[in-house]
Write a protein that binds this ligand. Structure first.
Ligand code: PMP
Length: 292
């Protein structure tokens, strides 16, 4: 059976899962989304992801036809139907079909799409040896222009950054805001560790409030570390003892080189490794079971 995709209460085989070319999600990137992950039959931090989705939609005044429990059931049903245990779930809500103008008022009904597929894991060697990243010219969008807390379908800022990183021979982009402070990477949050302090940029500087980021802050406490939001520049990153990225797909990825500067010992550090170990234990333990 081919992959079954949920669109507005119905399931369609992957090849037939289609939406209108008049959908403003396509025409304007007008919509919101979430990337969620399930581990061994349990969906990790589902309530937190749904919260972020509904909050993003509220700010954009997109009315979602499903209640949160209804949305949770739809996600779980999609996983059940596709017999998935370890999966990546892409939940998309578009503004819906309208005319060719911008006015969202001409789009009477938003659309819910749920795609669940096998997770494409990052190569193990990335976790073992760490990642090299570079600063890119494209700056993060200021919160007063487009608040980074809105996880919208408009990812051009991040896509430009990702292309610049790849063009520069690195897998991931370090993004700065207009003032030159570090914000995040193209699809992950960034942390540095130095002298017992674990730091990540405040979200108002231009970073998404990542769910993995929040989990790391909690896990750090358990390890007796002081995890906090603090503004920093590239200088603090270059001179950190450790650096890592966090995200639903990437989990925790060590960074060993930034703009050709070796970070710490040049190998994934102890704090990063301990946090990844605690993170993996948590994902194995917690989550909403797929089978009710
Ligand atoms: N920043 C950006 C720009 C993202 O797109 C993401 C999600 N891929 C993250 C950070 C990490 O967020 P989360 O931990 O909730 O996946």
């Amino acid at each position: 059976m081919s992959l079954q995709v949920y669109i507005d209460g119905e399931f369609f085989p992957k090849e037939e899962a289609k939406i209108s070319v008049f959908d403003h999600g396509l025409l304007y990137g007008d919509g919101v989304f979430e990337g969620i992950r399930s581990y061994a039959g349990k969906v990790f931090k589902l309530a937190e992801h749904l919260n972020r989705l509904y909050e993003s939609a509220k700010t954009l005044m997109i009315e979602i036809s499903l209640s949160r429990p209804g949305m949770q059931d739809a996600v779980l049903n999609t996983l059940r139907l596709n017999k998935l245990q370890d999966a990546y779930i892409r939940l998309v809500v578009t503004r819906g079909e309208g005319d060719l103008g911008l006015d969202p008022g001409k789009c009477p009904r938003s659309r819910v799409i749920i795609i669940a597929d096998k997770i494409a894991l990052y190569p193990q060697e990335l976790y073992a040896h760490g990642l090299e990243i570079i600063t890119v010219p494209t700056r993060s969008i200021p919160a007063e222009s487009l608040n980074p807390q809105i996880k919208s379908l408009n990812y051009l800022n991040n896509i430009l950054a990702k292309m610049e990183a790849i063009n520069g021979g690195a897998a991931e982009a370090l993004m700065l805001n207009a003032e030159g402070y570090a914000t995040e990477c193209s699809g992950d949050n960034i942390f540095i560790f130095k002298r017992g302090r674990l730091l990540t940029p405040p979200t108002y500087r231009g970073a998404l409030e990542g769910i993995t980021r929040d989990v790391i802050m909690d896990l750090a406490k358990g390890l007796g570390l002081e995890g906090r939001e603090e503004t920093f520049t590239r200088h603090e990153i270059y001179n950190a003892e450790e650096c890592f990225l966090t995200g639903t797909a990437a989990e925790i990825i060590p960074v060993v080189k930034v703009d050709k500067r070796i970070i710490g010992s040049g190998k994934p550090g102890k704090v990063t490794r301990n946090l990844l170990c605690e993170f993996r234990k948590l994902t194995a333990r917690e989550g909403v079971p797929i089978t009710s």
